[in-house]
Every structure is written in C-alpha cells, then in structure tokens.
Design a protein around this ligand. Structure first.
Ligand SMILES: Cc1cc2nc3c(=O)[nH]c(=O)nc-3n(C[C@H](O)[C@H](O)[C@H](O)COP(=O)(O)O)c2cc1C
Length: 369
C-alpha cells in the first residue's frame, strides 16, 4: 500500500489523501498513468497490461491489483485473456464431427442462432425490400471454388490487390480496412502458379502495401496440393491461380498489445480477406477463404522471421466473365470425382489455342532450371 501510494504521489506531484479518489479526476493523464505503470514495474517486477492499467484509476485499485496478482488461485472474475484461454480448453474438449452428412446436418441446424429467447419481448425491425439490387449485393460477396484457366489480366490483378494498399490522404496514411492501433501487423504474401496471372511469373511474393509492388521472394516454386485438406480443399487448390497468405509479424503487434495481439491480428486478417472477397468479382477474380493449411513445408519460400505466424489464407482465380460466374453454393467435397473431372475438362476445352499454348509454355519454362 505505502509503496503504491508513494509512486502515485511522486508521479502526480500531489498527495492523494483519499485512496479511492479517481486519479484522472485529480488531473492524471494517460502519460502519467504510463509513468505510474513504469515505476510500479520497477518496484514489483510486474505490471498491469496497458488497458488494465488505464482501468485502475485509484491508488486502492492499483493496490488491489497487486494483492490479486500475488494470489495464484484468485477467484476474481477472469480477464478477457483468461476467458480466451478458457475457451481454448473448452474448444479442444469437443469431438469434431467427421462424417460429411453429419456435418451438413449440424450446419443446417444453424447452431449459431439463439433459439432460447422465445419468451423475451422483441422489437420487429423494418425488413429491406428484396430487390434485385439487394440480391446482387448478397451474391456479390460469395466464395468461389471453380476458376477459369485463362490468365488473369495484369491490370485486373493489380487493381484487385490495390484494395490492400496504403494511400496518403491529406498527409495521413489510409487503408480500406481497420487495423489494431493502426499498426498493420498482418502482412500479405502470395504464391502465383505458372501462366495464371499475366506477366507475373510463378513464385512467392510479398505484397508491399506502401509501394503497391509484388516483391519476389522465391521464384519457380510450386505448392504441393497436400498442404490442403484432402477432398475438401485440394480440388479447389488444383484449379486456383494464386494463394494469398495473411501472415502476422508478432514483433509489429506484441509491443502494443501483448497476448491480445494474436486475437487482434486474427481479426485483421479476416477483415482483409473480406475486403478482397468483396472487391474481387468486380475484377473477375473470385476467392475462397481457407481456414486450415499445413504451412511449415512452404514457409522457407516466404523468407519469414520466427516472429511471423500464418493467420489465414485464401485461394483465388479468374472467374471468366464469358462463362457463368455464378458463385458455388457449397464446397466441392460433396461432388463426385466424375462430375468434377467433367467440369474441369469443359474449362480446359473453353481455352483458346493461344491460352492453352501460353499455359503449357509457362509450365515448361518452370521445369527448365
Ligand atoms: C475463417 C474461414 C475459413 C474458411 N475455410 C474454408 C475452407 O477451408 N474450405 C472452403 O471450401 N471454404 C472455407 N470457408 C468459406 C466458407 O465455407 C463460406 O464462407 C461459407 O460456406 C458461406 O458461403 P459464401 O462465402 O459463399 O457465402 C471459410 C470461411 C472462413 C470465414
């Protein structure tokens, strides 16, 4: 108690008689609170996280914090991080449904919607009119799992990626998506297959958001389809033109947010994927987010540090405007191999002789050392 009081007095240069008094009301600003945190850390060898510190607004609250932190089996309400850790163990306790039919049944039951609130009073909101415009808005944001084998025109691909670029507006850098603390710790990496994006050779790239450039990392490498979940995602990978990997650099988020950083970069990667998914179709580019891949085998191609972690990924390709670009309603896992092969053959047959030649040339060029 005395140590905490002394630190607060020293930093604020006032004697705080009332231990419950709100320090902010006594004139403390965020910098003062940070200084208090620094001094407390020197004294007690530990400190509250910055968001916790800002909530500990009285000497008493700070004292209580250190009292609590000395009791390992404290029964106080859990912090957000404790809750997250608790959720991890809860999640790992579920038996994952493997049978595709059972999975479908589970999905159809719409388990994410609450059905236990029938007795509660509710306010009926105005329904939007189901106009053609609204239908199109819903359809525009869709997952695409089948792609044309024609090369994506360079300009279309460039404009598609520009949705992740940073621009300057009145001296301020601006992105089309929100980012924790404006740090943009989630980076974008790509793998491009041979001949599938005009003027972009096969290889891995880092997308530079400031210069809107693809920085070549490793040329002439092909991704093994087995990094994807068999049956569910491998057919889609076979057809895609490129893969996008959202990789967070923990060095770019940890110093501001500590453990919560992982939660924040996960959200950021999701928002970035959504942004691309929304804008892709206007450039005839479709995407499908892919939650699980085995990244370790291909990791060296991206020249990453130990602090880089893969958060999320998407597969993408050309949705040929000349054929129906209707999005697929479900993934291909339920389709027979025969149907998939027939469809793929149709797509190969739809290529012009020039497109076929270009694709073959790109593969041959890749095979030559
Ligand atoms: C985090 C996340 C992971 C996903 N992983 C996969 C996946 O591995 N394979 C797949 O086919 N679709 C995947 N999807 C796409 C969903 O299946 C799809 O969004 C959902 O079925 C709704 O369909 P729609 O996007 O066409 O509206 C993923 C979506 C999200 C947000």
């Amino acid at each position: 108690m005395e140590k905490v009081t002394r630190i607060v007095w020293e930093v604020l240069q006032i004697e705080v008689a009332d231990l419950e008094a709100n320090l902010l009301n006594l004139g403390a600003n965020s910098l003062d609170m940070v200084r208090i945190g620094n001094q407390l850390e020197k004294e007690f060898k530990s400190r509250p996280r910055i968001d916790e510190l800002f909530r500990l607004q009285s000497v008493q609250a700070l004292v209580d914090y250190y009292d609590r932190s000395q009791e390992p089996s404290s029964s106080d309400s859990p912090t957000n991080d404790d809750a997250l850790l608790g959720n991890h163990s809860l999640l790992s306790s579920y038996t994952v449904i493997l049978d595709p039919l059972e999975r479908e049944k589970f999905k159809k039951s719409r388990p994410g919607v609450r059905r236990d609130l029938g007795e509660a009073s509710s306010i009926v909101l105005t329904q939007p009119l189901l106009t053609e415009e609204l239908r199109q808005k819903y359809l525009a944001r869709s997952s695409y799992r089948k792609f044309s084998l024609k090369p994506i025109p360079f300009e279309k691909f460039s404009l598609f990626l520009s949705d992740l670029s940073q621009i300057e507006i009145e001296g301020q850098s601006k992105f089309l998506y929100g980012s924790p603390g404006g740090l943009n710790p989630t980076q974008v990496y790509l793998h491009v297959k041979p001949g599938r994006i005009a003027d972009v050779p096969v290889g891995t790239y880092y997308y530079h958001p400031e210069t809107h450039q693809l920085v070549l990392l490793t040329s002439n490498v092909d991704i093994d389809r087995n990094i994807h979940i068999p049956f569910i995602n491998t057919p889609m990978f076979d057809e895609c033109a490129f893969s996008i990997f959202f990789v967070a650099d923990l060095d770019a988020v940890g110093p501001s947010y500590g453990e919560r950083g992982i939660h924040f970069v996960t959200l950021e990667a999701g928002i970035m994927a959504h942004q691309l998914e929304l804008s892709g179709p206007q450039y005839d580019i479709g995407l499908c987010q892919v939650g699980s891949i085995t990244f370790d085998g291909i990791r060296p191609w991206f020249k990453l540090k130990d602090t880089h972690i893969l958060i999320h990924s998407t597969l993408g390709g050309y949705i040929d405007p000349s054929r129906s670009s209707k999005p697929d309603v479900a993934n291909t896992s339920g389709q027979s191999l025969e149907k998939m092969a027939t469809e793929l053959l149709q797509r190969i047959e739809s290529l012009s002789p020039d497109d076929t030649q270009a694709l073959l040339d790109a593969y041959r060029a890749k095979e030559q050392p």
